[in-house]
Design a protein around this ligand. Structure first.
Ligand code: TEU
Ligand code: CA
Length: 533
């Protein structure tokens, strides 16, 4: 497989609203990110995925864009953005922009035109249908609760919104829509952007009449067109968010000879604590056997044929240490154990802001403290269905997106060093203990451990290209080998909070270890990487 510059990259995801406020309005912004570039660089990261910073009414925190060529004033100006790109480049950090191509804001000029009359030239930019029997065109549900159809009184038709009603879906079958999206990408490439993350890209080619929303028949045709029109000439890295992709689909997206995308975010592992056929709010305990199977299938399935993205968390997911680790007694051990499993695999790792210091889920007691539209809509829907406040809050504590969106905890000062004003969303009350300053200087530093993991990738082709092989003999242990040329490493991780006997312990050279001493059993969440001699 041809080597690419991003094969040994590590991506750091920034959620701008919650990263660092520079001007005292309680909202993170671009100058704030610039002021923390050295922090990110020090970790060893070389790509920043920046969640949307475009002009937006903020119904879905920037995933509802009203102008793709402008920066939201809360985040700064186009000049700030140019400066961010330049300052990042100075530090050899590439900026990856989020492209939201499935939908716009309902305040985008295209949509305002589109809804103004049935014969407006922009009508076809969106998906309009007649109602049936005084009701919507179909019983299709929005991912953010309720019907996916919204009635427009003026023109007497319904428009489609797979997310909030302020996020009307674009009609990708209409060529001008695709051309304008390519324009948007070229604009940012010309500004020096080195990558794109494509939001819900597997939804763009829906065929409503056939009941197809995800992975429509023309999806790959459109991606190949986009590659030909925009990506071919540009040396940038691309990742598609493809919640509906299985391994077979992922190969179609990422096989280099197909010229579509470089990698995709698969949700298969992250959905393992959902009850089959239900929603994310109806969770169950993770079965480690499932996780081993899914991650291993992806490791071997894409080997030499595509490329994996490796992630535990993002701005839509709960914090991983609270989710599959132990965010109390064994916070350090479990956070570093999870980091070890992921960062020793083949693919490009993504770190979500705060993960590198073991930030945890949050529990606000009132709905009013939550900001996320998915959470708020779900609460209302379930309340109407008769669920109790306590029941609904339990789901929100485990699965709500605001778990990931509380402000970055920089230090133990007021507002965690995030802002001098009232933050736009509450800060996790544990900030005086869990923050960057404490973690970096602490005896048990998750940040320093992550830094070490990243350095291993930078210094060893084995981590980047080595073969993966699962060692599946012990149910409580996640273990595998990586081998490259004549070298072999063995990764052994105790996924539980108990002591576990293991035949995989040995007295070979230890490369990484989250305990200071050796023992003859695996201790809670112990993670060891051996070089096998
Ligand atoms: O997320 C797509 C998506 O499917 C999510 O809605 C996900 O299923 C859900 O949040 C899990 O709780 C992308 C963005 O990452 C998300 O932030 C946006 O809200 C969404 O698209 C719409 O643009
Ligand atoms: Ca600000």
């Amino acid at each position: 497989m041809e080597e690419k510059w991003w094969h040994n990259s590590v991506v750091y995801q920034v959620y701008p609203r919650s990263f660092k406020d520079s001007n005292g309005d309680g909202i993170g912004d671009i100058p704030g990110i610039i002021s923390k570039l050295d922090y990110i660089k020090e970790l060893g990261v070389d790509i920043i995925w920046l969640c949307p910073v475009y002009a937006s009414p903020n119904d879905d925190n920037g995933y509802d864009i009203s102008n793709y060529f402008q920066i939201h004033p809360e985040f700064g100006t186009l000049e700030d953005m140019d400066q961010l790109i330049a300052e990042a480049a100075k530090r050899k950090i590439a900026i990856m922009m989020d492209i939201v191509a499935n939908h716009t804001s309902d305040e985008h000029p295209w949509f305002l035109e589109s809804k103004s009359s049935k014969d407006n030239p922009y009508r076809e930019y969106y998906v309009w249908r007649n109602g049936i029997n005084d009701g919507p065109p179909s019983d299709l549900k929005s991912i953010f609760s309720g019907s996916a159809w919204e009635f427009d009184k003026e023109t007497n038709q319904y428009y489609l919104h797979m997310f909030s009603k302020k996020q009307p879906d674009l009609n990708w079958h209409h060529p001008p829509v695709r051309e304008t999206m390519y324009e948007v990408m070229r604009f940012w490439i010309n500004k020096g952007i080195k990558g794109f993350r494509f939001d819900v890209i597997d939804l763009i080619a829906k065929e409503l009449e056939e009941g197809i929303i995800v992975n429509g028949p023309l999806l790959h045709t459109y991606l190949q067109e986009m590659h030909h029109e925009v990506l071919e000439e540009a040396d940038i890295v691309t990742v598609g968010e493809t919640g509906g992709a299985d391994l077979e689909q992922a190969l179609l997206f990422t096989s280099p000879e197909r010229k579509e995308l470089d990698m995709v975010f698969s949700f298969e592992h992250i959905a393992l604590d959902e009850q089959a056929g239900k929603q994310k709010w109806d969770w169950k305990t993770l079965d480690l056997a499932d996780l081993k199977r899914v991650l291993s299938d992806w490791q071997t399935g894409l080997a030499g044929r595509g490329w994996n993205s490796l992630f535990w968390s993002n701005h839509d997911q709960p914090r991983i240490v609270s989710r599959w680790g132990n965010d109390q007694e064994y916070r350090y051990e479990s956070a570093t154990m999870l980091g070890t499993i992921l960062h020793l695999m083949r693919g490009t790792p993504y770190i979500y802001q705060g993960e590198e210091i073991g930030m945890t889920n949050v529990q606000f007691h009132e709905l009013e403290s939550y900001r996320d539209i998915e959470t708020i809509n779900m609460y209302r829907e379930r309340k109407e269905q008769g669920f109790t406040h306590e029941d609904i809050m339990k789901s929100i504590y485990v699965k709500g997106r605001d778990n990931a969106r509380t402000p970055m905890q920089w230090n133990a000062e007021e507002n965690a060093g995030f802002t001098e004003a009232t933050p736009w969303i509450g800060i996790n009350t544990n900030y005086s203990a869990i923050n960057v300053e404490n973690d970096i200087n602490g005896e048990k530093s998750i940040y320093q451990f992550y830094k070490k993991l990243i350095m291993l990738r930078k210094n060893n082709k084995l981590v980047v290209y080595g073969d993966y092989h699962l060692l599946d003999s012990e149910p409580e242990v996640f273990a595998y080998t990586r081998s490259y040329q004549n070298e072999e490493w063995r990764i052994v991780c105790n996924f539980t909070g108990r002591k576990v006997e293991s035949s995989l312990l040995c007295d070979n050279t230890i490369i990484v270890h989250n305990y200071a001493t050796s023992a003859d059993v695996l201790r809670p969440y112990e993670a060891i990487v051996y070089k096998i001699e």
